[in-house]
Design a protein around this ligand. Sequence first.
Ligand code: HEM
Length: 203
Amino acid sequence: MLLTILLSEPLINPTELSGTLGLIATVVLTINMVLGMMISTSFKKTNSWLKLPATIKAIDLLNLHNYTAYIALFFVFAHIILIPLDAASKFTFWDIIWPVNAPHQPNIVLFGTFSLLALITVIITTQKWVKSKLGFRLWKNIHLISYGTCVLFVVHGLLMDPQLKDRPTDWIDAEKLLSEICGIALLLATIIRYKYYIYSTKK
Ligand code: HEM
């Protein structure tokens, strides 16, 4: 009996694992965005930063910002690769490349696809040789699409049913709460970033 259950129920459900990896990607991307905003507002020169312990002040924010982008990309790829591996998801590999005919919530999945494409674009255009060919202004304008990317992946994470049963969002579910916290953190950080921009253009 126990053996039958063990064999029929896979130890790890790929869709469940995919959801967890999607959540990790969301958290890493949130950290990445906050780091980016800290760099662009010269946060290292503020009193709040200068008061921090030496070990924290030794952190190279630019390096961390770069690495977190690669880490997030890795988690997003892992997140999507797993979905078609679960036969019950009814997703094919084509559905994760172009999900317009995906078996579940195709429009919301498309939000995820666009955020992945935007993430790849930002990473490619930040490679030294591409960046130097683009010039600072064009590179920066492309980099700014990351704010749109955040809206896309937060909405995607909030509205996708992790069990792929097309259920409406359970807003107080622990996983959705994590996406909500990331969304709020990104919103607050963006407001502060915008205020800094207004302040620095008035100076
Ligand atoms: C930046 C890119 C992405 C992020 C941050 C992200 C994040 C997430 C999150 C947080 C969830 C909900 C998990 C839960 O509530 O337990 C989710 C679900 C889902 N995502 Fe993504 N996603 C991204 C890209 C994609 C892409 C490109 C696809 C497919 C083409 C995709 C397909 C799905 C599907 C099918 C689900 C529902 C099943 C599951 O939970 O795994 N996602 N995603």
